[in-house]
Design a protein around this ligand. Structure first.
Ligand code: NI
Length: 191
């Protein structure tokens, strides 16, 4: 459907599932996240046995000008690759100096952030709370729970997505399950 950007418009998002009846989501299967998980054997096995849907998001194609806002929902499904929780690819913004907010609608997890200088932080994602991702920080949401992790995001319309840096270098840190709990560890594959 076409949105009337100049006039304003209304769009539906379910407040628990994040799903929209009118917008269309972009889906990411595990096979579309090649080499992003530390355990390559577990990744290959899962892809062979049905290639699970790891996450999907609603992106509305807002005009890409500084005065516009892009917004939508992200849904990360529960699951693990080896002991590493299902997560989004993660990205920097092409315009590095742009921030983003993520309000959690349901589920639980972490927003893992790191900047080019190597500073990082893991902020808890929980319903009713908003995480502010500062400018210059790559961001990835990670589902450490047993139900879908659903967030609502907003960022500057012209920010753009740089997925390539993370695809090449990976993240400095990973979140894995250890003794039944999430734990932040160094990424052995980080370049
Ligand atoms: Ni972003």
């Amino acid at each position: 459907m076409a949105y009337e950007w100049e006039k304003g418009f209304t769009i539906d998002f379910d407040k628990n599932t994040g799903m929209s009846k009118t917008a269309k989501s972009t889906k990411r299967l595990l096979s579309q996240m090649k080499n992003m998980y530390a355990d390559a054997a577990a990744e290959a096995e899962l892809i062979k046995n049905g290639d699970p849907l790891v996450y999907e998001f609603y992106e509305l194609g807002a005009p890409e000008y500084a005065g516009d806002l892009a917004a939508g929902t992200s849904i990360v499904y529960p699951g693990k690759v080896g002991d590493e929780y299902f997560m989004t690819k993660g990205h920097f913004h092409t315009i590095l100096e742009t921030a983003e907010t993520y309000y959690t609608l349901s589920g639980e997890g972490y927003m893992l952030m790191e900047n080019p200088e190597g500073d990082w932080q893991a902020a808890k994602l929980e319903p009713g709370k908003m995480v502010y991702v500062p400018k210059r920080y790559a961001h990835r949401s990670i589902n450490t729970g047993t139900t879908p992790l659903v967030t609502f995001f907003t960022f500057r319309g012209d920010a753009g997505h740089d997925y390539g840096t993370i695809e090449e270098k990976g993240y400095r840190k990973l979140i894995v399950e250890k003794d039944g709990k999430p734990e932040v560890i160094d990424n052995p594959k980080w370049k």
